[in-house]
Design a protein around this ligand. Sequence first.
Ligand code: FES
Ligand code: FES
Length: 236
Amino acid sequence: MSKPARPEDPEHSDPQTAAHPNLARRRFLQSAAAAATVGAAPRLHAKEPTMTPATPPAAARAAPVRPVRLTINGRPHVLQLEPRVTLLDALRNYVGLTGTKKGCDRGQCGACTVLAEGRRINACLTLAVMHEDESITTVEGLASGDTLSPLQQAFIEHDAFQCGYCTPGQLCSATALIDEFRAGCASAATADVRTRPAELTAAEIRERMSGNLCRCGAYPNIVAALAAVQRRERNG
Ligand code: FES
Ligand code: FES
């Protein structure tokens, strides 16, 4: 005598029993569990730790150093530098001239401004090797011995700094500004760029110094210092 089939027996193939709601629900849950397990497999695999290469990629390895010749504040230097060293890091970390400041390290604040062949540049945005054989002037090179430059003197007289962090960059930038104005360079504030700007107005100074930020907000005093130097120069 055959064994009576139980409605919940999963082995049972009787169509009537298979249609039983309890059995259908059990099979559905079994299928869903199997699908979830298969679906989770790739994610479990993704969580496995990735293999670390035995040697770092070429980009992470140090590049060979090479000699870089620079004249800094009138003194010749031969620095042994990796090609990726910025001029700012070369000045501060290899020559020990820490007057040039690192503010943002991405060309936004002007704290690192120095003069390269008389042109003002952001030292954080340029590599030292790109200035091979050039003459670099930092804030330490603006004075002549114990005699401050006219701009340095004017900054003191006009109280053109508070914390002083931006000041080396402001001074180098202002030094180049005066030279640019003497050379007749126009700026975005110059009314007629076809003619030499007649006067270094406050608007001209603000525009030409706009690459140098000052968190302390010493801007009015910086403008006053620059205007005073320009006035003295004009009046002899
Ligand atoms: S540190 Fe170079 S621009 Fe800010
Ligand atoms: S004096 Fe402090 S940031 Fe300019």
